[in-house]
Design a binder for this molecule. Structure first.
Ligand code: GAP
Length: 450
């Protein structure tokens, strides 16, 4: 039987959420194109994230350049960190630095490097010097002086603009800088649909505070981030925290906890959705040393100069997108018929309302339905309140189509509408229909959205 991930992958393509990148040329592994509905769902997730981050006025927004001076990545440790020869285990997917592996005695192994995974005995990929960052050149000359990298995380743009934001706004600690943007990693094994891609988006907050308050901020941010997922409908049983052991911490982190989602791709089903780390003063210190710019904070009251600590919640937008799709996916029975339904939170649903004329050949009904459709379309400008028109096939089929893409409400204009200006509103999750007056429709829907 197909797994939920396989069903979602197929539904996403069929219904215009996600297409494989460069598909007509055979594709490009680890790249995905967002289709018409995918764009709206992604925008809605982004909007909710920004809304959540910016609800306090000490959080500042940033949109840094993807291409940065390569000294940024030398200072951050990324150039050195990812340039060792690496091998991946094809079975358990663990990645090893070759020089950390125990040497084998077999002649072949001594010559070519170890061939078996020390953890599970699985086959290892060939060893190669592996730089996870994509490299390119800025300008017409392709030599070592023109090398630039595609950023593997958005965070560094925040650290290198720390002083700029302080100089522009003079914030007191604690304060945060938030950013959403593309990141690129030359993953050896891109896999599991959007889960591990080579091009993806991150939504990151760097929250700067006094070192002695960092543990408290870390705990508060963990709670706040979990609450965000739950408030947008992720089921409690499918999401959890996992604290990192000391030996798995990134070079910059003192403490880290992942929020994991049950994607069903690992042994116990759970894998990383969002990482939350206490990055200490590592980044500001290292950029100060390398750039010779003083990135310390000056506390006017205490007349103290110091490097703030940083708490970073870092969420992969595409992983969130996948989690919301998987969590909403259900196969149930409604009115004795089997159906596939995406029970997306209405705030995230790409289409909020579908408008149907009951029949496609009755002029009065079509005109009235068009009127309702136009009124809804004008309700909220922009991407966040999309309305869809559908007059193809029987009404049952139209409901099924909307269920499959997660539309919370379907409005049908029928014969009775011509007499009393009422329409039916059908609820996606229950299938229940209620009659409402056209004049109160927008109020009703906006109220439900709240
Ligand atoms: N700034 C910290 C940082 O980048 P990370 O754990 O390497 O930390 C943060 O990445 C988040 O980015 C992950 O929790 C995941 O959601 C997302 N992410 C990382 N690599 C990814 C990939 N290859 N494809 C999709 N999302 C990815």
């Amino acid at each position: 039987m197909a797994s939920t991930l396989e069903k979602i992958t197929s539904l996403a393509k069929r219904r215009g959420f996600i297409y494989p990148g460069s598909e007509i040329y055979g594709g490009l592994a680890g790249t995905w194109d967002y289709g018409p509905l995918g764009v709206f769902l992604k925008e809605n997730i982004k909007y909710e994230w920004w809304r959540h981050m910016l609800r306090e006025d000490h959080i500042y927004a940033l949109d840094g350049a993807i291409l940065m001076n390569s000294k940024v990545w030398e200072a951050s440790g990324h150039v050195e960190q990812f340039s060792d020869p690496l091998v991946d285990c094809k079975k358990c997917k663990k990645r090893f630095r070759v020089d950390h592996l125990p040497r084998r005695t077999a002649l072949r192994d001594l010559k070519d490097g170890p061939s078996a995974c020390p953890e599970c005995g699985g086959e290892l990929t060939e060893a190669r010097p592996f730089q996870m960052m994509f490299k390119t050149h800025a300008g017409p000359v392709e030599d070592s002086s023109s090398v630039v990298y595609l950023r593997p995380e958005t965070a560094q743009a925040i650290f290198v603009n720390f002083k700029n934001v302080m100089d522009s706004f003079h914030p007191n600690l604690p304060f945060g800088i938030a950013q959403v943007g593309k990141a690129f990693r030359n993953e050896i094994t891109p896999q599991h649909f959007l889960f591990r891609a080579r091009e993806f988006e991150q939504m990151e907050l760097e929250y700067f505070g006094r070192p002695d308050h960092a543990d408290q901020y870390f705990d508060d941010i963990c709670k706040m981030r979990m609450d965000w997922f739950l408030s947008l409908g992720i089921k409690k049983k499918n999401i959890r925290f996992r604290k990192h052991d000391k030996d798995e911490l990134a070079h910059y982190a003192k403490q880290a906890t992942d929020i994991e989602y049950r994607y069903g791709i690992s042994e116990d089903g759970f894998s990383e959705l969002e990482g939350i780390a206490n990055r200490t003063d590592f980044d500001l210190k290292t950029h100060s040393e390398h750039s010779r710019e003083d990135l310390q904070y000056f506390d006017e009251e205490k007349k103290e100069r110091f490097y703030p600590y940083v708490i970073e919640p870092s969420l992969g937008l595409d992983r969130a997108f996948l989690a919301f799709l998987m969590d909403g996916y259900e196969e149930d029975k409604l009115g004795g018929e089997r159906r596939v339904v995406l029970k997306l939170h209405p705030k995230l649903a790409p289409i909020k309302v579908a408008v149907f004329p009951l029949v496609a050949n009755k002029k009065d009904i079509i005109e009235k339905a068009r009127e309702v459709y136009r009124a809804f379309s004008r309700l909220v400008e922009g991407m966040r309140f999309r309305v869809m028109w559908d007059d193809i096939g029987n009404i049952g089929k139209r409901y099924r189509r909307q269920d499959e893409i997660g539309t919370p409400w379907c409005v049908t204009i029928d014969y009775q509408t011509l007499e009393d200006d009422t329409v039916t509103i059908r609820d996606r999750d229950t299938g229940k229909q209620e009659r409402h007056n056209i004049s109160s429709l927008d109020k009703y829907i906006l109220e439900m959205l709240k």
